[in-house]
Design a binder for this molecule. Structure first.
Ligand code: B12
Length: 216
């Protein structure tokens, strides 16, 4: 567990967005933490440790509020993402990545986080959104020069939607490569092949390896 995790959790239990944002921004400013550590060791576990309980009538409320606070923190981290991309990782690739959650997939924090991981690794990365409507997305694809589409899936039902979406994407643009990841693949990483995706990735390290290949 990261040394700042309990301090962060004590504040997030109170749902004090301002205090959390100030805490994180001061740690980033003073270089006491970096983006990768913040996202993977503090922000992600603060959500993934939430366990549904029938006794807790406010559980869904708290899930929404906590997701929203984490989203605020991530959006405010952007200047530090750019700074670390340039000063720490130093790779700039001329390749566009669109990060998408398919229709009916409402879990967006993982997708938003990995958008910043692609940026850190040097890609021109855009978070398109959760619950992205398929037909509108396909229309855009035919006019934009996108190298990769990264689908983030959390809800196991999204695996079915994703298969159909991937099939349509391939029909629209046969050159674009499809990457998939997210907690829906837990213990079934091989499922990416049945979905018709080109690659399953799980971590920043995987994205870095891809970037290194792309820079050759
Ligand atoms: C927050 C949350 C919600 C919020 C989402 C809000 C939002 N704006 O995103 C709300 C309240 C909307 C929600 C709704 C639901 N949820 Co929910 N939710 C969660 C919770 C608590 C946290 C998810 C999260 O954001 N984690 C933080 C992120 C950062 O972690 P992550 O997604 O795993 O992402 C990391 C990696 O997976 C990876 N990654 C992710 N995508 C990609 C893509 C690529 C290409 C790469 C390289 C890597 C990568 O990088 C990230 C950083 O390390 C989880 C609990 C859990 N244990 O996961 C349940 C959970 C995911 N939800 C679940 C369920 C069932 C639902 C609902 C069906 C509940 C319901 N009955 O209505 C609905 C479904 C809505 C829908 N149609 O999508 C289940 C799903 C899995 C399952 N086994 O069934 C979980 C696991 C809870 C549980 N234990 O039952 N949920």
């Amino acid at each position: 567990m990261h040394q700042y995790y309990s301090e962060f959790m004590n504040i997030i239990e109170t749902e004090n967005r301002e205090a959390l944002l100030n805490l994180i921004l001061s740690k980033l400013k003073n270089e006491e933490i970096d983006i990768l550590t913040l996202y993977t060791q503090i922000l992600a576990p603060s959500l993934n440790s939430m366990l549904p309980s029938e006794k807790d009538k406010a559980f869904i409320w708290r899930e929404h509020v906590r997701s929203s606070i984490i989203r605020t923190i991530i959006e405010n981290c952007y200047p530090y993402v750019i700074k670390e991309r340039d000063e720490k990782y130093g790779l700039k690739l001329n390749k566009k990545v669109a990060i998408v959650c398919p229709s009916e997939e409402y879990h967006e924090i993982g997708a938003r986080m990995i958008t910043d991981f692609f940026t850190l690794a040097g890609y021109d990365a855009t978070f398109v959104g959760s619950n992205t409507p398929r037909d509108e997305f396909l229309d855009a694809l035919s006019v934009l020069d996108i190298a990769y589409i990264a689908l983030s899936l959390s809800n196991p039902y999204s695996l079915i939607t994703a298969r159909k979406t991937i099939e349509k994407i391939k029909q629209t643009d046969s050159k674009v490569k499809i990457l998939v990841g997210g907690s829906a693949f837990k213990n079934k990483e091989h499922a990416y092949k049945e979905l018709g995706a080109d690659m399953y990735l799980s971590s920043f390290e995987d994205i870095r390896k891809l970037a290194e290949e792309d820079s050759k």
